[in-house]
Design a protein around this ligand. Structure first.
Ligand code: TXA
Ligand code: MG
Length: 332
C-alpha cells in the first residue's frame, strides 16, 4: 500500500476525514503523540487499526471527540466529579474512562463496559474529527511495543506501507500520551500518568487514587511491553545521577558498547566529551523530546542509552513511567 503524506490545510483534512468515515485509517497529530485514527462506529475500521499496529485486541482504544458535549454523549453515566474534570481539563492531554453507551462497539473497548474518552487540544486533530462527523478511535500511531511517535517521520518509519494516509502536523508539543483517569470508582483512579499532571487533576477532582498493582491490570495496555527501542535503556533513578551516568557510560564504552546519555541540559554540561542527547532545560522539555530520543538512539545504532531520572512531581511522573518501561525496570 502506498502511504500518502498530507498537509494540514482544509482540503487535505477533508480528504482524510472522508477516508476515516469510509472505514479507512489515518495517522494524525495531537498535542501528545500521533494517533492512528479510525471510525469508532465501524468494526472494519477498528480491525484495520489493530492490524496495522500489531496490537493485541484486548487492549482497548481511546475514543476521540471534537467537543465536550460529544464526550458526554459517549458515556452512559457521568458522575459529578467526572463532569467537573471534563469541563476543566478538556480539551487537553486528559482521558476520562466512563461507563459506555451500548452503541460503542465491543471491538473498541476490548469487551469492557467502559470507554476511554479524549478531546485533543491540537487544532488539526479537532478539525479532522469534526469533519469526520464520527467519534474517532485512535491508539498511538506506532508499531505495538515501540516508542510512541511524536513526528510524522516516526509514523512513516513504523507504519509506512501499512496505512493509506499520514497528516504531517509537525512535532507534538507535549510529547507523552494523555493521562488516563477512571471515573467509575470513587475516588477516581489514575490508570496512566501523562500530559496532564496529577497535581492539576487533583486541584479539580480532589483526591485521586494512584492505581498501582493488584492482579488485574486496570489499564489493559499496562500489561504489555512498551516503548522499547533496540538499545538497552538504563535509568539513573536516584542519588547522584551525573556521577552514575558518567561511570556507566565509561564502563559500557570500555566493554566496546556504543553508549549515549539522555539528560537535562544542566547535567549534559557535566558529561565532558561523552555523547549526550540533550533533553532540554525543564521536565516539560524532557517529556517533549523523550520518545524522539529513544528513536534517535536506534537510528544512530547505540547499544546502550543511559537516561537521567527525575523526581516524580509534575511532568516527572509521566517521564519516569515511560523511562522505567523503556528500561524494563533497569536502573543504575
Ligand atoms: O495521548 C493519547 O492518549 C494518545 C493520542 C493518540 O490520543 N493515544 C494513546 O492511545 O496513547 P493508546 O491506545 O496508545 O493508549 C490508550 C491507553 C491504553 O493503555 C489502554 O489500555 C487504555 O488507554 N484504555 C483504553 N480504553 C480503556 C478503558 N475502557 N478502560 C481502561 N483503560 C483503557
Ligand atoms: Mg500506545
Amino acid at each position: 500500500m502506498n502511504t500518502r503524506i498530507y498537509g494540514t490545510d482544509e482540503q487535505d483534512l477533508k480528504t482524510c476525514a472522508r477516508l476515516i468515515r469510509s472505514g479507512e485509517v489515518v495517522a494524525f497529530p495531537t498535542e501528545t503523540v500521533y494517533g492512528l485514527g479510525g471510525n469508532a462506529l465501524s468494526e472494519d475500521s477498528v480491525k484495520k487499526i489493530y492490524a496495522a499496529k500489531g496490537r493485541p485486541s484486548d487492549n482497548p482504544l481511546i475514543v476521540h471527540v471534537a467537543s465536550v458535549e460529544a464526550a458526554f454523549a459517549l458515556a452512559d453515566t457521568v458522575p459529578p466529579v467526572a463532569e467537573k474534570c471534563m469541563r476543566a481539563l478538556m480539551p487537553g492531554p486528559f482521558t476520562a474512562v466512563l461507563k459506555k453507551r451500548p452503541f460503542i462497539p465491543d471491538c473498541v473497548t476490548g469487551g469492557l463496559d467502559t470507554v476511554a474518552i479524549r478531546l485533543p487540544a491540537h487544532p488539526v486533530a479537532r478539525r479532522l474529527i469534526e469533519l469526520a462527523g464520527v467519534p474517532v478511535c485512535a491508539p498511538s500511531a506506532n508499531t505495538s511495543g515501540k516508542p510512541s511517535p511524536t513526528a510524522a517521520a516516526h509514523v512513516k518509519s513504523d507504519l509506512g506501507g501499512r496505512i493509506p494516509a499520514i497528516i504531517d502536523g509537525g512535532s507534538c508539543t507535549v510529547g507523552v500520551e494523555s493521562t488516563v483517569v477512571d471515573f467509575t470508582t470513587d475516588p477516581p483512579r489514575l490508570l496512566r500518568a501523562g500530559g496532564t499532571t496529577l497535581e492539576r487533576i487533583e486541584s479539580v477532582a480532589g483526591r485521586v487514587e494512584i492505581y498501582g498493582g493488584g492482579t488485574v491490570a486496570l489499564c489493559p495496555g499496562m500489561k504489555y511491553k512498551h516503548y522499547s527501542p533496540e538499545a538497552e535503556v538504563y535509568v539513573a533513578a536516584d542519588g547522584d545521577a551525573a556521577e552514575k551516568l558518567r561511570l556507566a557510560y565509561d564502563g559500557f564504552t570500555a566493554q566496546g558498547k556504543r553508549a549515549a546519555i539522555m539528560c537535562l541540559s544542566g547535567t549534559a554540561a557535566r558529561m565532558g566529551d561523552r555523547l549526550c542527547y540533550d533533553a532540554g532545560e525543564s521536565k516539560a522539555d524532557y517529556a517533549r523530546s523523550l520518545f524522539a530520543t529513544l528513536r534517535r538512539a536506534d537510528d544512530e545504532g547505540r547499544d546502550v542509552l543511559l537516561a537521567e531520572g527525575v523526581d516524580s512531581s509534575q511532568e516527572g511522573a509521566s517521564i519516569m513511567n515511560r523511562l522505567m518501561k523503556a528500561a524494563g525496570g533497569k536502573t543504575l
